[in-house]
Design a protein around this ligand. Sequence first.
Ligand code: GTP
Ligand code: MG
Length: 368
Amino acid sequence: MGTYITKKEKERVILIGVNIKSSKEWKNDNLEELTLLTKSTGVKIVEKFIQNIQKPNPATFIGKGKLDEISEFIKDNKIDIAVFDNDLSASQLKNIEKIFEIKILDRTHLILDIFASRAKTADAKVQVELAQYQYLLPRLTRMWTHLERQEGGVGTRGPGEKEIETDRRNIRKRITKLRKDLKKIDKQKMNQRKSRGNFTRVALVGYTNAGKSTVLNLLSKSEILAQDKLFATLDTTVRKVVYKNKAFLLSDTVGFIHKLPHSLIESFKATLAEVREADILLHIIDISHPDFAHQIEVVNKTLNEIGAGDKKIILVFNKIDANKTYSKSEELLSFSELENERLIDKIFISAKDKTNINNLQELIYRNI
Ligand SMILES: Nc1nc2c(ncn2[C@@H]2O[C@H](COP(=O)(O)OP(=O)(O)OP(=O)(O)O)[C@@H](O)[C@H]2O)c(=O)[nH]1
Ligand SMILES: [Mg+2]
Protein backbone atom coordinates (compact mmCIF):
# COMPACT_ATOMS: atom_id res chain seq x y z
CA MET A 1 0.00 0.00 0.00
CA GLY A 2 1.01 3.64 -0.08
CA THR A 3 4.60 4.65 -0.03
CA TYR A 4 6.31 6.54 2.70
CA ILE A 5 7.64 9.71 1.16
CA THR A 6 9.78 11.88 3.38
CA LYS A 7 8.99 15.50 2.91
CA LYS A 8 11.64 18.15 2.94
CA GLU A 9 9.66 20.32 5.27
CA LYS A 10 7.89 19.00 8.33
CA GLU A 11 4.12 19.15 8.13
CA ARG A 12 2.62 21.66 10.54
CA VAL A 13 -0.04 20.15 12.74
CA ILE A 14 -2.58 21.24 15.34
CA LEU A 15 -4.19 18.89 17.87
CA ILE A 16 -7.82 19.19 18.88
CA GLY A 17 -9.54 17.54 21.84
CA VAL A 18 -12.66 17.97 23.92
CA ASN A 19 -13.75 17.52 27.49
CA ILE A 20 -17.27 16.22 27.34
CA LYS A 21 -19.06 17.18 30.52
CA SER A 22 -21.80 14.57 30.20
CA SER A 23 -19.34 11.75 29.72
CA LYS A 24 -18.26 9.67 32.70
CA GLU A 25 -15.49 8.19 30.65
CA TRP A 26 -11.89 8.92 31.56
CA LYS A 27 -11.04 12.24 30.08
CA ASN A 28 -8.45 14.33 28.59
CA ASP A 29 -4.85 14.16 29.62
CA ASN A 30 -4.13 17.52 28.05
CA LEU A 31 -3.68 15.60 24.85
CA GLU A 32 -0.48 13.99 26.11
CA GLU A 33 -1.07 10.68 24.45
CA LEU A 34 -2.23 12.27 21.23
CA THR A 35 0.93 14.37 21.34
CA LEU A 36 3.11 11.27 21.62
CA LEU A 37 1.20 9.51 18.88
CA THR A 38 1.41 12.50 16.58
CA LYS A 39 5.06 13.19 17.29
CA SER A 40 5.94 9.62 16.43
CA THR A 41 4.88 10.37 12.84
CA GLY A 42 7.58 13.02 12.54
CA VAL A 43 5.40 16.11 12.07
CA LYS A 44 5.65 19.44 13.88
CA ILE A 45 2.98 20.20 16.47
CA VAL A 46 2.27 23.91 16.39
CA GLU A 47 -0.68 24.28 18.79
CA LYS A 48 -3.21 22.33 20.84
CA PHE A 49 -6.89 23.20 21.30
CA ILE A 50 -9.17 21.77 23.97
CA GLN A 51 -12.85 22.63 24.21
CA ASN A 52 -15.16 21.96 27.16
CA ILE A 53 -18.55 21.01 25.80
CA GLN A 54 -21.76 19.46 27.06
CA LYS A 55 -21.96 17.05 24.17
CA PRO A 56 -20.37 16.80 20.71
CA ASN A 57 -22.00 18.74 17.90
CA PRO A 58 -23.48 16.09 15.56
CA ALA A 59 -22.46 18.05 12.45
CA THR A 60 -19.01 19.36 13.33
CA PHE A 61 -18.10 17.65 16.62
CA ILE A 62 -16.82 20.85 18.23
CA GLY A 63 -18.84 24.06 18.61
CA LYS A 64 -19.15 26.87 16.11
CA GLY A 65 -17.15 29.46 18.05
CA LYS A 66 -14.21 27.11 18.50
CA LEU A 67 -14.36 26.12 14.85
CA ASP A 68 -14.03 29.75 13.78
CA GLU A 69 -11.20 30.38 16.22
CA ILE A 70 -9.27 27.35 14.99
CA SER A 71 -10.06 28.15 11.38
CA GLU A 72 -8.46 31.54 11.76
CA PHE A 73 -5.43 30.06 13.48
CA ILE A 74 -5.00 27.59 10.63
CA LYS A 75 -4.89 30.35 8.07
CA ASP A 76 -2.59 32.59 10.08
CA ASN A 77 -0.13 29.84 10.87
CA LYS A 78 -0.02 27.84 7.65
CA ILE A 79 -1.25 24.63 9.27
CA ASP A 80 -1.27 21.51 7.09
CA ILE A 81 -3.17 19.02 9.23
CA ALA A 82 -5.65 19.03 12.11
CA VAL A 83 -5.64 15.92 14.28
CA PHE A 84 -8.65 15.11 16.48
CA ASP A 85 -8.27 13.07 19.65
CA ASN A 86 -11.65 11.46 19.05
CA ASP A 87 -13.18 9.54 16.24
CA LEU A 88 -15.30 11.52 13.81
CA SER A 89 -18.16 10.32 11.66
CA ALA A 90 -17.80 10.51 7.88
CA SER A 91 -20.07 13.54 7.71
CA GLN A 92 -18.33 15.32 10.58
CA LEU A 93 -15.02 14.77 8.80
CA LYS A 94 -16.41 16.21 5.60
CA ASN A 95 -18.01 19.21 7.29
CA ILE A 96 -14.92 20.11 9.28
CA GLU A 97 -12.73 19.71 6.25
CA LYS A 98 -14.91 22.13 4.34
CA ILE A 99 -14.42 24.75 7.02
CA PHE A 100 -10.72 24.21 7.73
CA GLU A 101 -9.73 23.43 4.14
CA ILE A 102 -6.85 21.27 5.28
CA LYS A 103 -6.37 17.58 5.90
CA ILE A 104 -8.26 16.27 8.96
CA LEU A 105 -7.24 13.12 10.78
CA ASP A 106 -9.24 11.53 13.53
CA ARG A 107 -7.75 9.29 16.18
CA THR A 108 -8.38 6.03 14.35
CA HIS A 109 -6.90 7.38 11.13
CA LEU A 110 -3.78 8.49 12.98
CA ILE A 111 -3.30 5.14 14.71
CA LEU A 112 -3.84 3.28 11.43
CA ASP A 113 -1.21 5.50 9.89
CA ILE A 114 1.32 4.72 12.59
CA PHE A 115 0.62 1.02 12.27
CA ALA A 116 1.13 1.33 8.50
CA SER A 117 4.51 2.96 8.94
CA ARG A 118 5.58 0.29 11.47
CA ALA A 119 4.39 -2.74 9.50
CA LYS A 120 7.46 -4.56 8.28
CA THR A 121 6.48 -8.18 7.75
CA ALA A 122 4.07 -9.39 5.08
CA ASP A 123 1.61 -10.50 7.75
CA ALA A 124 1.54 -7.15 9.51
CA LYS A 125 1.16 -5.36 6.19
CA VAL A 126 -1.87 -7.40 5.18
CA GLN A 127 -3.47 -6.86 8.57
CA VAL A 128 -2.92 -3.11 8.55
CA GLU A 129 -3.99 -2.67 4.96
CA LEU A 130 -7.24 -4.50 5.62
CA ALA A 131 -7.93 -2.28 8.62
CA GLN A 132 -7.15 0.84 6.56
CA TYR A 133 -9.55 -0.09 3.78
CA GLN A 134 -12.27 -0.93 6.26
CA TYR A 135 -11.81 2.47 7.80
CA LEU A 136 -11.84 4.24 4.44
CA LEU A 137 -14.71 2.47 2.74
CA PRO A 138 -17.55 4.25 4.57
CA ARG A 139 -15.64 7.53 4.23
CA LEU A 140 -15.18 7.32 0.48
CA THR A 141 -16.31 10.70 -0.62
CA ARG A 142 -14.56 13.36 -2.57
CA MET A 143 -13.23 14.76 0.64
CA TRP A 144 -9.64 14.10 -0.19
CA THR A 145 -9.62 15.48 -3.70
CA HIS A 146 -8.43 18.98 -2.90
CA LEU A 147 -5.46 17.43 -1.14
CA GLU A 148 -4.11 15.79 -4.22
CA ARG A 149 -1.35 18.34 -4.46
CA GLN A 150 0.09 17.03 -1.23
CA GLU A 151 2.24 13.95 -1.33
CA GLY A 152 3.26 11.65 1.44
CA GLY A 153 3.35 12.67 5.03
CA VAL A 154 1.10 11.61 7.83
CA GLY A 155 -2.38 10.51 6.86
CA THR A 156 -1.57 9.63 3.29
CA ARG A 157 0.04 6.28 3.78
CA GLY A 158 -3.37 4.84 3.12
CA PRO A 159 -4.62 3.91 -0.24
CA GLY A 160 -3.39 6.62 -2.64
CA GLU A 161 -5.57 9.67 -3.15
CA LYS A 162 -6.36 8.77 -6.76
CA GLU A 163 -7.28 5.27 -5.82
CA ILE A 164 -9.83 6.58 -3.37
CA GLU A 165 -11.79 8.08 -6.22
CA THR A 166 -11.98 4.88 -8.15
CA ASP A 167 -14.84 2.55 -7.77
CA ARG A 168 -15.79 1.41 -4.30
CA ARG A 169 -16.08 -1.95 -5.92
CA ASN A 170 -12.34 -2.09 -6.42
CA ILE A 171 -11.81 -1.53 -2.76
CA ARG A 172 -14.36 -4.15 -1.85
CA LYS A 173 -12.54 -6.57 -4.13
CA ARG A 174 -9.29 -5.72 -2.42
CA ILE A 175 -10.85 -6.27 0.99
CA THR A 176 -12.07 -9.69 -0.09
CA LYS A 177 -8.60 -10.55 -1.33
CA LEU A 178 -6.97 -9.33 1.89
CA ARG A 179 -9.44 -11.33 3.96
CA LYS A 180 -8.44 -14.42 1.99
CA ASP A 181 -4.77 -13.69 2.58
CA LEU A 182 -5.51 -13.23 6.24
CA LYS A 183 -7.21 -16.63 6.39
CA LYS A 184 -4.09 -18.20 4.93
CA ILE A 185 -1.97 -16.42 7.52
CA ASP A 186 -4.33 -17.65 10.24
CA LYS A 187 -3.90 -21.21 9.05
CA GLN A 188 -0.12 -20.95 8.86
CA LYS A 189 0.04 -19.53 12.32
CA MET A 190 -2.23 -22.22 13.67
CA ASN A 191 0.00 -24.90 12.19
CA GLN A 192 3.05 -23.21 13.63
CA ARG A 193 1.44 -23.19 17.04
CA LYS A 194 0.48 -26.86 16.77
CA SER A 195 3.99 -27.87 15.85
CA ARG A 196 5.37 -26.30 19.00
CA GLY A 197 4.34 -29.12 21.26
CA ASN A 198 2.97 -29.03 24.73
CA PHE A 199 4.92 -26.28 26.41
CA THR A 200 3.25 -23.94 28.84
CA ARG A 201 2.59 -20.69 27.03
CA VAL A 202 3.14 -17.34 28.61
CA ALA A 203 2.17 -14.15 26.76
CA LEU A 204 3.34 -10.62 27.43
CA VAL A 205 0.54 -8.09 27.18
CA GLY A 206 0.27 -4.43 28.08
CA TYR A 207 -0.18 -0.87 27.03
CA THR A 208 2.09 0.32 24.24
CA ASN A 209 5.55 1.36 25.45
CA ALA A 210 5.15 -0.42 28.82
CA GLY A 211 8.30 -2.47 28.30
CA LYS A 212 7.05 -5.81 26.97
CA SER A 213 9.82 -6.29 24.43
CA THR A 214 12.45 -5.29 26.98
CA VAL A 215 11.14 -7.94 29.38
CA LEU A 216 11.09 -10.56 26.63
CA ASN A 217 14.68 -9.73 25.77
CA LEU A 218 15.70 -10.09 29.40
CA LEU A 219 13.92 -13.35 30.02
CA SER A 220 14.87 -14.99 26.73
CA LYS A 221 18.22 -13.30 26.22
CA SER A 222 17.20 -12.38 22.70
CA GLU A 223 17.18 -9.11 20.86
CA ILE A 224 13.75 -7.88 19.86
CA LEU A 225 13.46 -4.26 18.86
CA ALA A 226 12.62 -2.32 22.02
CA GLN A 227 12.22 1.38 21.48
CA ASP A 228 10.88 4.46 23.10
CA LYS A 229 8.21 4.78 20.52
CA LEU A 230 4.57 3.77 20.44
CA PHE A 231 3.81 0.53 18.66
CA ALA A 232 7.41 -0.50 18.16
CA THR A 233 6.20 -4.08 17.95
CA LEU A 234 3.50 -5.13 15.51
CA ASP A 235 4.18 -8.81 15.14
CA THR A 236 4.25 -11.63 17.58
CA THR A 237 7.56 -13.13 18.56
CA VAL A 238 7.74 -16.41 20.40
CA ARG A 239 10.82 -17.58 22.31
CA LYS A 240 11.49 -20.73 24.20
CA VAL A 241 12.72 -19.91 27.68
CA VAL A 242 14.44 -22.46 29.88
CA TYR A 243 14.67 -21.76 33.59
CA LYS A 244 16.07 -24.39 35.94
CA ASN A 245 14.39 -27.64 34.93
CA LYS A 246 11.39 -26.13 33.19
CA ALA A 247 10.86 -24.73 29.71
CA PHE A 248 8.04 -22.50 28.54
CA LEU A 249 7.16 -20.42 25.50
CA LEU A 250 7.12 -16.67 25.92
CA SER A 251 5.47 -14.40 23.35
CA ASP A 252 5.63 -10.67 22.77
CA THR A 253 3.05 -8.89 20.68
CA VAL A 254 1.44 -5.61 19.67
CA GLY A 255 0.70 -3.15 22.48
CA PHE A 256 -2.76 -1.87 23.34
CA ILE A 257 -3.96 1.71 23.51
CA HIS A 258 -7.01 3.70 24.61
CA LYS A 259 -9.62 3.30 21.84
CA LEU A 260 -7.60 0.89 19.74
CA PRO A 261 -9.51 0.98 16.45
CA HIS A 262 -11.89 -1.92 16.24
CA SER A 263 -10.91 -2.70 12.66
CA LEU A 264 -7.33 -3.14 13.87
CA ILE A 265 -8.37 -5.50 16.63
CA GLU A 266 -10.29 -7.53 14.05
CA SER A 267 -7.37 -7.66 11.63
CA PHE A 268 -4.86 -8.44 14.31
CA LYS A 269 -6.79 -11.41 15.66
CA ALA A 270 -4.30 -13.77 14.01
CA THR A 271 -1.39 -11.97 15.60
CA LEU A 272 -3.19 -11.88 18.92
CA ALA A 273 -3.97 -15.59 18.86
CA GLU A 274 -0.85 -16.13 20.92
CA VAL A 275 -2.52 -14.14 23.70
CA ARG A 276 -5.85 -15.90 23.31
CA GLU A 277 -4.23 -19.30 23.59
CA ALA A 278 -1.79 -18.52 26.37
CA ASP A 279 -1.90 -20.28 29.74
CA ILE A 280 -0.67 -17.26 31.66
CA LEU A 281 -0.52 -13.55 30.78
CA LEU A 282 2.23 -11.31 32.07
CA HIS A 283 0.59 -7.91 32.10
CA ILE A 284 3.41 -5.37 31.91
CA ILE A 285 2.56 -1.98 33.41
CA ASP A 286 4.59 1.21 33.09
CA ILE A 287 4.30 2.41 36.66
CA SER A 288 6.18 5.62 35.89
CA HIS A 289 3.29 6.74 33.69
CA PRO A 290 0.90 9.07 35.52
CA ASP A 291 -2.06 7.35 33.92
CA PHE A 292 -1.00 3.76 34.49
CA ALA A 293 -4.21 2.90 36.38
CA HIS A 294 -6.25 3.90 33.36
CA GLN A 295 -3.88 1.96 31.12
CA ILE A 296 -4.53 -1.18 33.19
CA GLU A 297 -8.24 -0.77 32.56
CA VAL A 298 -7.70 -0.30 28.83
CA VAL A 299 -5.64 -3.48 28.65
CA ASN A 300 -8.26 -5.47 30.58
CA LYS A 301 -10.99 -4.17 28.32
CA THR A 302 -9.02 -5.03 25.20
CA LEU A 303 -8.28 -8.51 26.54
CA ASN A 304 -12.02 -9.05 26.90
CA GLU A 305 -12.56 -7.87 23.35
CA ILE A 306 -10.10 -10.33 21.86
CA GLY A 307 -11.49 -13.23 23.85
CA ALA A 308 -8.72 -13.43 26.44
CA GLY A 309 -10.69 -12.04 29.34
CA ASP A 310 -10.54 -15.21 31.37
CA LYS A 311 -6.78 -15.78 31.43
CA LYS A 312 -4.70 -16.04 34.55
CA ILE A 313 -2.70 -12.87 35.00
CA ILE A 314 0.53 -11.88 36.70
CA LEU A 315 0.79 -8.11 37.05
CA VAL A 316 4.32 -6.91 36.39
CA PHE A 317 4.80 -3.31 37.51
CA ASN A 318 7.76 -2.15 35.42
CA LYS A 319 9.97 0.95 35.40
CA ILE A 320 10.23 1.28 39.18
CA ASP A 321 13.57 2.99 38.55
CA ALA A 322 11.68 5.90 37.03
CA ASN A 323 9.06 6.08 39.77
CA LYS A 324 10.40 6.41 43.28
CA THR A 325 6.98 6.33 44.90
CA TYR A 326 5.98 3.01 43.45
CA SER A 327 5.35 1.36 46.82
CA LYS A 328 2.31 3.59 47.13
CA SER A 329 0.82 2.08 44.03
CA GLU A 330 0.24 -1.12 46.00
CA GLU A 331 -2.83 0.69 47.24
CA LEU A 332 -4.12 0.80 43.72
CA LEU A 333 -4.27 -2.95 43.68
CA SER A 334 -7.54 -2.77 45.51
CA PHE A 335 -9.04 -1.93 42.12
CA SER A 336 -12.17 -3.93 41.52
CA GLU A 337 -10.68 -4.94 38.19
CA LEU A 338 -7.72 -6.57 39.86
CA GLU A 339 -9.52 -8.18 42.70
CA ASN A 340 -10.64 -11.19 40.80
CA GLU A 341 -9.48 -14.76 40.84
CA ARG A 342 -7.66 -14.28 37.55
CA LEU A 343 -4.93 -12.36 39.29
CA ILE A 344 -2.41 -14.91 40.46
CA ASP A 345 0.40 -12.65 41.53
CA LYS A 346 2.09 -9.28 41.21
CA ILE A 347 5.64 -8.05 41.19
CA PHE A 348 7.55 -4.78 40.91
CA ILE A 349 10.55 -4.71 38.58
CA SER A 350 12.82 -2.54 36.52
CA ALA A 351 13.62 -4.16 33.20
CA LYS A 352 16.08 -1.39 32.52
CA ASP A 353 18.11 -1.81 35.72
CA LYS A 354 17.37 -5.53 35.89
CA THR A 355 15.88 -5.13 39.36
CA ASN A 356 13.90 -8.10 40.64
CA ILE A 357 14.19 -10.06 37.41
CA ASN A 358 15.25 -13.17 39.32
CA ASN A 359 12.09 -12.97 41.39
CA LEU A 360 10.05 -12.57 38.23
CA GLN A 361 11.64 -15.72 36.85
CA GLU A 362 10.89 -17.55 40.09
CA LEU A 363 7.32 -16.34 40.00
CA ILE A 364 6.78 -17.61 36.48
CA TYR A 365 8.54 -20.85 37.37
CA ARG A 366 6.23 -21.43 40.34
CA ASN A 367 3.16 -20.90 38.21
CA ILE A 368 3.93 -23.17 35.29
N1 GTP B 1 13.10 3.74 32.81
C1 GTP B 1 12.77 2.55 32.33
N2 GTP B 1 12.53 2.42 31.01
C2 GTP B 1 12.20 1.19 30.56
C3 GTP B 1 12.09 0.05 31.41
N3 GTP B 1 11.73 -1.00 30.65
C4 GTP B 1 11.62 -0.55 29.38
N4 GTP B 1 11.90 0.77 29.30
C5 GTP B 1 11.91 1.64 28.11
O1 GTP B 1 10.58 1.83 27.67
C6 GTP B 1 10.55 1.96 26.24
C7 GTP B 1 9.57 0.98 25.66
O2 GTP B 1 10.03 -0.33 25.84
P1 GTP B 1 9.57 -1.53 24.90
O3 GTP B 1 10.13 -2.79 25.49
O4 GTP B 1 9.82 -1.25 23.48
O5 GTP B 1 7.99 -1.45 25.16
P2 GTP B 1 6.84 -2.30 24.49
O6 GTP B 1 5.84 -2.56 25.56
O7 GTP B 1 7.40 -3.50 23.81
O8 GTP B 1 6.25 -1.24 23.46
P3 GTP B 1 5.45 -1.45 22.05
O9 GTP B 1 6.08 -2.58 21.31
O10 GTP B 1 5.62 -0.14 21.40
O11 GTP B 1 4.02 -1.73 22.43
C8 GTP B 1 11.99 1.72 25.79
O12 GTP B 1 12.60 2.96 25.59
C9 GTP B 1 12.61 0.98 26.95
O13 GTP B 1 14.01 1.18 27.02
C10 GTP B 1 12.37 0.24 32.80
O14 GTP B 1 12.34 -0.67 33.64
N5 GTP B 1 12.69 1.51 33.20
MG1 MG C 1 7.37 -4.01 21.85
